[in-house]
Design a protein around this ligand. Structure first.
Ligand SMILES: [Zn+2]
Length: 435
């Protein structure tokens, strides 16, 4: 028997309006913004309540909370399943912050303009939360017999891992996801409709550069931390790209770029323009394609920095003039510039999805059938925990139906027609696993 689900546009838009209406309180960037995911969960529970087991329905709904007000939501549909599961996980309830001043529309309100649905979280990721919820309500209404148990997990704390043990990391540790090894697991949080084959490992770094403060008219008595930072970053990047050249497997996975290491932020001691600055701090990230090991990569970078501290003079090229030195001997004493690398948080481990698994093949086939073409891609964006989950034996596949062009950007939107297609693709996969 084949399941047929039809998109209930009115219900979908009503739910999405409520969810986007909460996004002011779902912004995630601690300590400034600590989200309250339960505000979104409340609307989901209101909608799901008539269909829960407690009320004679077929949905098992579990609100799993580790930190007050910051819950996760698990939904299961089981109508006499024989064996196996099929899961939609990774759609998250928190959003990245939005600055209303740089938006053309109110980011914290759903604005509908033709096919475009504007608002923070429409693409990333509440548009997905709403469509997966719609899927479960349709199942609960139509009550098809399905051979597998269908599971959804909406998670808290995806956009920032600074506060641990709130979302998927804790669900994993607690064994709450273990039963999902029994079937494909679709991580629904990428974009652009087509299957995402791989994501990158990522780690954030900070390079602290210590120099010596002095009057800039007597530059030979100072150690210029800004120049030190520029030269040190150039040196470190050069060695990184020697150790991490494009990997041959990146072609098979259709990666747009190879691994990268780059600075993205810079800070210096507050002072005046006529002072040699005593310290500078450069921050950035490393995005490593999943064919390289991120932990080893961190050790390598620590090695580059250790080499520099041993012999800081390799950074002196003369290009910055005769007085720019990182190791000086003056009557006041000897001074040497120093570097320190600090890792800000646990790294994200990338994933190269299994391309021959039943989960992957079903996603390809469904995409081809609904969209008319299947053009998978890989990016050096990163998702939490997917690498660890694959290592632990889950068949993780990544998909998403928002717009990558506005991911974490201003005037974020998703398109209603793509969300409709998402439901069709999910239905196609359901039927595939019901044959
Ligand atoms: Zn996301």
């Amino acid at each position: 028997m084949s399941v047929e689900l039809d998109f209930n546009e009115e219900r979908y838009l009503k739910l999405l309006t409520k969810l986007i209406g909460e996004t002011k309180y779902l912004q995630d960037n601690p300590p400034k913004f600590v989200p309250e995911e339960d505000r979104a969960i409340k609307h989901l529970l209101d909608l799901l309540r008539p269909y829960t087991k407690e009320n004679g329905g077929l949905l098992k709904v579990d609100h799993v909370t580790y930190v007050e007000g910051r819950g996760n939501l698990m939904i299961e549909y089981d109508n006499g399943h024989e064996k196996g599961t099929m899961a939609f996980i990774g759609s998250h309830l928190d959003v990245v912050p939005a600055n209303p001043e740089t938006w053309k529309r109110d980011p914290f309100k759903l604005t509908i303009e033709g096919d475009k649905l504007y608002g923070r979280g429409t693409t990333d990721c509440l548009g997905h939360v709403a469509i997966v919820t719609e899927l479960f309500i349709q199942l609960a209404e139509k009550k098809p017999k399905l051979k597998r148990k269908i599971v959804a997990v909406f998670i808290a704390a995806e956009e920032s891992m600074i506060i641990p043990d709130v979302g998927i990391d804790k669900l994993m540790k607690d064994g709450k996801l273990d039963h999902l090894k029994d079937g494909p697991v679709y991580w629904v949080d990428s974009a652009d409709v087509q299957p995402c084959l791989a994501t990158a490992s990522a780690t954030m770094w900070k390079l602290k550069c210590h120099g010596r403060l002095f009057h800039s008219g007597l530059p030979h008595k100072g150690v210029n931390s800004v120049e030190l930072a520029m030269d040190a970053v150039t040196y470190i990047q050069k060695r990184f790209y020697q150790d991490y050249p494009p990997h041959p497997s990146e072609k098979d996975y259709l990666f747009a770029t190879p691994s990268t290491m780059k600075p993205t932020q810079i800070k210096t001691a507050e002072g005046s323009v006529n002072q040699i600055p005593p310290w500078a701090e450069v921050q950035g990230d490393i995005r490593l394609t999943p064919f390289y090991n991120i932990i080893e990569c961190r050790k390598k970078v620590e090695g580059y920095v250790a080499d520099l501290n041993k012999d800081i003079n390799v950074l002196v090229s003369g290009d910055r003039g005769p007085c720019s030195k990182y190791d000086i001997s003056i009557p006041e004493g000897d001074f040497k510039g120093k570097l320190e690398v600090v890792w800000e948080a646990e790294p994200f481990k990338g994933i190269a999805c299994q391309l021959d698994s039943i989960g992957h093949l079903a996603l390809r086939e469904a995409t081809q059938s609904v969209i008319g073409e299947c053009k998978p891609y890989s990016i050096t964006g990163s998702l939490p925990l997917v690498g660890e989950m694959q290592e632990a034996g889950f068949d993780i596949q990544v998909c998403g139906y928002g717009e990558s062009s506005v991911y974490h950007g201003d005037n974020e939107y998703c398109s209603l027609s793509n969300m409709k297609n998402a439901l069709k693709i999910f239905t196609h996969i359901l039927n595939k696993f019901n044959q």
